[in-house]
Design a protein around this ligand. Structure first.
Ligand code: NAI
Ligand SMILES: O=C(O)C1=N[C@H](C(=O)O)C[C@H](O)C1
Length: 233
């Protein structure tokens, strides 16, 4: 496939390596210094840019009939606008807060654990996400997806970065130099604790999942998620 990288930072570079190893060509790299670009001859675009640039990048691809996947976090207030645009233009779009195959399994484990603990109010849930110090958004997109999974399965209503009130999931966002991404969910009662945790050892897992997702969508139409890619029902 001919791939456009919309964002050529830490993730763009990790994706380039894996895409080339899998036989693809990177024919466009867009960064903050790119003034104009053409999407001619692009089979699929991969957006890992900034919270402030993702919506424009994704819209441009959809309007030019170029399938696009995005891993950029921090822009999700506009997710439904993008879904509507994609349907209106009969385009192709996939967003994932985390492309790691392991994290997508972890999302399912999280929902199963939440369902199991729904009837046991003595367990109080909380979450910690740890990332590198350059990260622009907090909490992470992954932590928001995890919290939404718990909210869907239980009586919790919201997540918060502040001290949690009744029915709120407290998220602690910690920033430490060079940490690629760690997410931990804790259920604490007076007598014991249950914890589940995913630790990324590098960005390679995110990048591999993104290339696999790009390969999946490039010849399809519609709005997809990693559940479609991984055939999770
Ligand atoms: N969904 C997932 O699996 C993952 C998501 N992320 C997210 O991906 C995004 C990028 O992460 P990193 O690569 O670590 O950030 P980064 O800061 O290293 O790279 C961002 C790049 O975007 C470029 N950029 C600026 N304006 C642009 C524009 N208008 N169009 C295209 N590119 C532009 C910058 O020049 C920079 O190279 C973040 O939102 C991060 O949270 C990061 C890792 C995994
Ligand atoms: O910014 C990052 O680095 C990451 N961002 C994503 C998120 O916000 O969840 C995914 C991953 O944890 C790394």
């Amino acid at each position: 496939m001919n791939i456009a990288l919309l964002g050529y930072g830490k993730m763009g570079k990790a994706i380039e390596k894996i895409a080339v190893d899998r036989g693809h060509q990177i024919i466009l790299k867009v960064s903050s210094t790119t003034e104009n670009f053409s999407l001619d001859a692009i089979d699929v675009a991969i957006d890992f840019s900034l919270p402030t640039t993702a919506v424009a990048n994704i819209s441009e691809c959809i309007k030019n009939n170029v399938p696009v996947i995005s891993g950029t976090t921090g822009w999700l207030d506009h997710y439904q606008d993008i879904v509507s645009l994609c349907h209106a233009e009969q385009g192709t779009f996939l967003y994932a807060s985390n492309f790691s195959l392991g994290v997508n399994i972890f999302f399912e484990l999280n929902k199963t654990l939440a369902k199991l603990l729904k009837g046991l109010p003595q367990y109080n849930v909380s979450m910690e996400e740890i990332h590198h110090t350059q990260k622009l958004d907090a909490p992470s997109g992954t932590a928001i997806t995890l919290a939404e999974g718990i909210i869907e399965a239980t009586d919790y209503k919201n997540w918060t970065l502040d001290a949690p009130k009744q029915n709120e999931i407290g998220i602690l966002a910690t920033r430490i130099e060079n940490v690629p991404g760690t997410h931990e969910i804790n259920y604490d009662s007076e007598v014991d604790s249950i914890q589940i945790k995913h630790t990324a050892h590098s960005r390679e897992g995110f990048a591999l999942g993104a290339v696999i997702a790009a390969e999946y969508v490039h010849d399809k139409k519609g709005v997809f998620t990693m559940k479609d890619v991984l055939n999770i029902s």
